[in-house]
Design a protein around this ligand. Structure first.
Ligand code: SF4
Ligand code: SF4
Length: 179
């Protein structure tokens, strides 16, 4: 019969033949044997849970906001090639796409999102042919709602007005929010 004491206590691993990865650290203490590390037996599961949670958080926000296409933007920035074919002079379309994905109003506004007239000229430069005009339009409506609710900080709106970053569709909302 097994000694109950020996079954309860975790056995300390001794493996002097394992190579060193750093002074004082054997390979078995490193990445390949996470279960042998002290503070949790479930470190690998905790890490996996963290990765999955981060991925879900990245996807759930745009899904809830009705801007699912932004998930597919992999930030290659090929759309910057639009250049002067954007009639309102927006230089960084990928910034608008990412701002739409994460719901960052400041980023969207300061990159000219409220100037976009959704002409679609930039779409042909997207390597995935994402529906950029619809993506930007959805974020514009979100931003309008946020401005009306007072969520967007005052300095963001003041700067946007000063720098001419507000299109005529949204000017009343911005002026009213600042009144
Ligand atoms: S859809 Fe918007 S960002 Fe794209 S080219 Fe037209 S105005 Fe510029
Ligand atoms: S080209 Fe398309 S996928 Fe690449 S950053 Fe621009 S919007 Fe995103």
């Amino acid at each position: 019969m097994a000694d109950p004491e020996s079954t309860r206590k975790p056995k300390k691993r001794e493996d002097p033949d394992q190579p060193y990865v750093l002074p004082g650290i054997h390979r078995f203490q490193f990445f390949t044997n996470l279960k042998d590390r002290g503070w949790t037996m479930n470190l690998d599961r905790a890490a996996l849970f963290g990765v999955v949670a981060a991925l879900l958080a990245t996807m759930i926000k745009p899904l809830v906001r009705g801007n699912a296409a932004t998930i597919y933007c992999y930030e290659c920035r090929a759309c910057y090639a639009t250049q002067d074919r954007c009639p309102v002079g927006i230089a960084y379309q990928a910034e608008l796409s990412v701002a739409g994905r994460v719901g960052d109003y400041d980023r969207f506004i300061r990159n000219g999102g409220l100037k976009c007239i959704r002409c679609g000229n930039c779409q042909s430069y997207c390597v995935q042919y994402l529906p950029l005009p619809q993506m930007f339009g959805t974020m514009q409506q979100d931003t309008r709602t946020a401005i009306r609710s007072g969520i967007v900080p005052r300095y963001v709106l003041e700067r946007a007005l000063k720098e001419g970053l507000v299109g005529k569709e949204f000017i009343d909302d911005v002026v009213n929010a600042l009144a």
